[in-house]
Design a protein around this ligand. Structure first.
Ligand code: FMN
Length: 164
């Protein structure tokens, strides 16, 4: 199928932007010990038993070789006070982990300090679709910080929750 033409592509983006999401940073440790991580809002739950989650990564992402070949990754769910971290992990040509506090999770994947929740995942399966690859992770361990407020992304802007 050909790519969408400009008005349709714009409409597609605008419609997607109406689906408010949380914001994650997905991290992994490369075989050479270096760390990779990127901001991703394509996260979602898949299955309770077994516990499965998914996220998708652009084929063009620099971190694709590490995620596609690695055994584990950590999905860090950002808290409302971590907007700068979200922006930093979407910025190219910087040391994203400079000054960032983290601990080693399953398979060496960095679990970031101060996150609202984390899912430590085994890299279970991958599905190539269009210009992205869908990653399904098997959750080996997860934790939520009680009382923390999530960072929310909607229509290109960041928010925090406002209960109705
Ligand atoms: C809020 C937000 C959500 C994003 N979600 C995704 C996503 O789900 N998948 C993706 O591949 N890129 C996503 N990006 C873009 C990546 O963070 C960005 O392209 C990053 O530079 C990719 O890193 P890499 O090339 O080092 O792998 C998102 C960016 C922002 C700001």
């Amino acid at each position: 199928m050909p790519p969408l033409s400009p008005p349709d592509a714009q409409q597609f983006r605008a419609a997607l932007g109406m689906f408010a999401t949380g914001v994650t940073i997905v991290t992994a440790r490369a075989a050479d010990g270096s760390l990779v991580g990127l901001t991703a809002n394509s996260f979602n739950s898949v299955s309770l038993s077994p516990p499965l989650v998914l996220w998708s990564l652009a084929r063009s992402a620099g971190s694709m070789p590490v995620f596609s070949q690695g055994s584990h990754y950590a999905i860090n769910i950002l808290a409302a006070d971590q907007k700068e971290l979200a922006q930093r992990f979407a910025t190219r040509n910087i040391d994203r982990f400079a000054g960032v506090a983290w601990r080693e999770g399953a398979g060496g994947a960095p679990v970031l300090d101060g996150v609202a929740a984390v899912f430590e995942c085994a890299n279970r399966s991958q599905y190539e679709e269009g210009d992205h690859v869908i990653f399904v992770g098997e959750v080996e361990s997860c934790a939520a910080r009680p009382g923390s407020q999530p960072l929310i992304f909607h229509g290109g802007r960041y928010y925090t929750e406002l209960p109705l």
